[in-house]
Design a protein around this ligand. Structure first.
Ligand code: SF4
Length: 340
């Protein structure tokens, strides 16, 4: 347990958490929507500080990040809890654990990974970056901040894999230490965010632009769920929104497989993924990828100018990289991303 930084004290021992766009008002002895930030006697505490529920060394392509240190490994961690409760969550076993009826001691769940231990592990094993992933990182922002600051001082990079629902206060707090982020843009319908995620779409759209404009490397993922967010109009709206901010933002179109509360749904048809890919390219996006899909034709990076292959990918495996100093080796076009 760790005293939170991002909150305000209100009258009668009430607190207002400012870590994410829910801005929960929390009564004493209660937690906010995420289930991991608790009001104890008028002060806010982050319960699973330094106690990640999942720790893995992943290929960075799995985040997915395709234009950021390709072919490297990334130390990946996430705590219990989440500020969303998506019906199709892939990590629901940890993200929703803090909200169920069963009571867990959130300070003791998981493994002991204080910030310095993570940084030391990465340095010892030549792992160049750390991902705060599996659940929404801004809900454990104080833990992410302490780790990211030390990592930055040690020359490591920091990455969020996020639903984009952080608060302005959270991004201001971690400013200067966050190198890249993959944001889920789950839909372009406000109703989808309200119904499926119990949230508001506006902060997500604003944060994609804000972080891009702040110089954080941004990639965006859309899980295409049959019957929920797969209409031509909606996919076009997402692609056009991204292209308007910057046609160099990579858009990852991800295939849905039935899980959690959507076990009765069907996987995304391959034709829908192909259609989404074409919509992305027609909207002017230079880098559109189709993932979570065997034998995808659209996992590799091609030069937007000369069309030659720059990075060959098969699943999380990287083949030849034809980039030098961030430029296409064939026609010397600068390729957006952070490559070294
Ligand atoms: S992080 Fe978000 S969901 Fe959690 S308590 Fe704070 S405002 Fe509420």
């Amino acid at each position: 347990m760790h005293r939170a930084t991002l909150y305000q004290k209100l009258a009668s021992d009430l607190v207002k958490c400012t870590a994410c766009a829910h801005y929960c008002h929390i009564q004493p002895d209660n937690t906010g929507v995420c289930g991991i930030r608790k009001n104890i006697k008028g002060e806010l505490f982050l319960l699973p500080y330094a106690r990640p529920a999942a720790v893995n060394i992943d290929p960075i392509e799995k985040k997915p990040l395709f234009h950021f240190l390709p072919g490297t490994q990334i130390f990946s961690l996430g705590t219990v809890g989440c500020n969303f409760a998506c019906a199709f969550c892939q990590n629901w076993d940890i993200s929703q654990l803090s909200k169920g009826k069963a009571k867990f001691d959130l300070e003791k769940l998981g493994e002991d990974w204080p910030p310095q231990k993570i940084v030391d592990y990465c340095l010892e094993h030549n792992i160049p970056s750390i991902a705060y992933t599996y659940n929404e990182p801004t809900i454990f922002i104080e833990y992410a901040y302490d780790t990211a600051k030390l990592a930055n001082q040690a020359g490591l990079k920091n990455v969020f894999v996020s639903n984009g629902y952080g608060s302005a206060e959270a991004y201001d707090f971690i400013d200067g230490y966050l190198d890249a982020i993959n944001i889920d843009l789950k839909s372009f319908q406000p109703e989808f965010y309200q119904k499926i995620c119990h949230a508001n779409i506006k902060p997500v759209l604003a944060n994609i632009k804000r972080l891009h404009d702040a110089g954080v490397w941004v990639e965006v993922t859309t899980l295409v769920v049959p019957g929920q967010n797969d209409s031509v109009g909606e996919l076009k709206a997402i692609a056009q929104f991204l292209a308007k901010i910057d046609p160099d933002i990579p858009w990852h179109i991800s295939r849905f497989f039935p899980q959690y509360k959507m076990e009765d749904s069907l996987p995304t048809p391959l034709e829908t993924l192909e259609l989404a890919y074409k919509i992305g390219k027609t909207a002017g996006l230079n880098y559109v990828y189709v993932g979570n899909c065997p034998d995808s034709k659209w996992e590799s990076t091609d030069c937007p100018k000369c069309k030659k292959r720059l990075i060959e990918r098969t699943g999380y495996e990287i083949g030849t990289i034809n980039l030098k100093n961030g430029q296409c080796q064939f026609c010397k076009t600068k390729i957006a991303g952070k490559w070294e």
